[in-house]
Design a protein around this ligand. Structure first.
Ligand SMILES: NC(=O)c1ccc[n+]([C@@H]2O[C@H](COP(=O)([O-])OP(=O)(O)OC[C@H]3O[C@@H](n4cnc5c(N)ncnc54)[C@H](OP(=O)(O)O)[C@@H]3O)[C@@H](O)[C@H]2O)c1
Length: 298
């Protein structure tokens, strides 16, 4: 299959591209720099130079493809509005190109703030609509395109897609502990994080493309439903040789900085429907195995 991948050089995108190439697919990745273009060429993918805000380039990539995977995100937590606008704009542009074609469109999403206090399932609808909402409401926008002949498949990744080289939230937790000299959790630390190893997360994307799942399907890339944040903090404390301690919830923003909304969030999710639909069985290390392997502390 000819597949256009945005975010092809990112943490998840790199393994997705590797796995798709290994399965014999023809990959074109959006590249915003010479380095990213070179990284794609070196592994046998094509590079399409462009940017998330260059919608003409994104449209051209989608037009030439039999399927699109959208994994790029600015992740600018200092300018969330700009990040949201770009995310929504890219989904809108791809959706318009694919409308009526029934070509697959796999869109990255998250589990944050979806169902606090309980285990989210694939049947839960995202409460975020419109450009000013989380991720620019892109999950719901992408699902609206399923009504217009687009083969939309939403993949909600666990809040930690872990493994050696991770630079996401978990790496932020480790960096915060190192900087503060204490591995902290907020309050009783009972808020949970779902988790998935990077290779298993990539496999969800590949299988979503290859299995021809129905348009409008929502998947969860979550191998572990939810670890209490206190357990994560204790593993990080062990790994860094630092004490683990509770900080008052009211002080979490000061302690965790930009990360505090996620460090205090309850983000538990099952992936039962995804496992059944795709025949997906995670095989990678668990979150605690990765934390105890030392790969986060080098
Ligand atoms: N990792 C997680 O734990 C996690 C959890 C939940 C949801 N997600 C979502 O899953 C998706 C992939 O995440 P990730 O962890 O792989 O992200 P990442 O490692 O930060 O990679 C982001 C990708 O987007 C590209 N990008 C950033 N700004 C761009 C721009 N202005 N124009 C074009 N490309 C741009 C980057 O290109 P360069 O390589 O050139 O920088 C990179 O390929 C994102 O939507 C993310 O929010 C991730």
């Amino acid at each position: 299959m000819k597949i256009f991948v945005t975010g092809a050089t990112g943490w998840i995108g790199s393994t997705v591209v590797d796995q798709l190439l290994a399965a014999g697919h023809d990959i074109t990745g959006l590249a915003r720099s010479d380095d990213s273009a070179a990284a794609l060429s070196a592994k046998g993918a094509r590079a399409l130079r462009g940017d998330l805000d260059d919608l003409a380039g994104i449209r051209a990539g989608a037009e030439a493809a039999e399927a699109v995977v959208h994994l790029a995100n600015k992740h600018d937590f200092a300018d969330q509005a700009a990040t949201n606008r770009s995310e929504r704009g890219a989904v809108q542009a791809v959706g318009e190109v694919l409308a009526g074609s029934h070509r697959p469109f796999v869109v990255a999403a998250g589990l944050a703030f979806l169902a606090p206090g309980r285990t989210a399932t694939e049947a839960d609808r995202s409460p975020f609509h419109g450009v000013d909402s989380l991720r620019g409401g892109s999950e719901n926008l992408a699902l609206e395109f399923a009504e217009k002949g687009v083969g939309t498949v939403v993949v909600r990744f666990a809040p930690t897609v872990h493994g050696a080289g991770d630079h996401g939230f978990l790496a932020g937790v480790v960096a915060t502990a190192r900087a503060k000299g204490v591995s902290a959790y907020a309050g009783d630390g009972a808020n949970r994080w779902a988790a998935v190893h990077r290779e298993d997360a990539g496999r969800v994307v590949r299988l979503a493309l290859e299995r021809g799942v129905p348009a409008g399907t929502v998947m969860h890339a979550a191998a572990e439903d939810g670890l209490p944040f206190r357990d994560i903090a204790e593993a990080v404390g062990r790994g860094l040789g630092l004490p683990t301690a509770s900080v008052p919830v009211d002080n979490a923003a000061e302690h965790f900085g930009w990360l505090h909304k996620f460090a205090t969030a309850d983000m538990c999710a099952s992936a039962d429907a995804t496992r059944t639909l795709l025949g997906w069985t995670p095989t990678g290390p668990t979150l605690e195995e990765d934390l105890d392997s030392g790969c986060y502390y080098r």
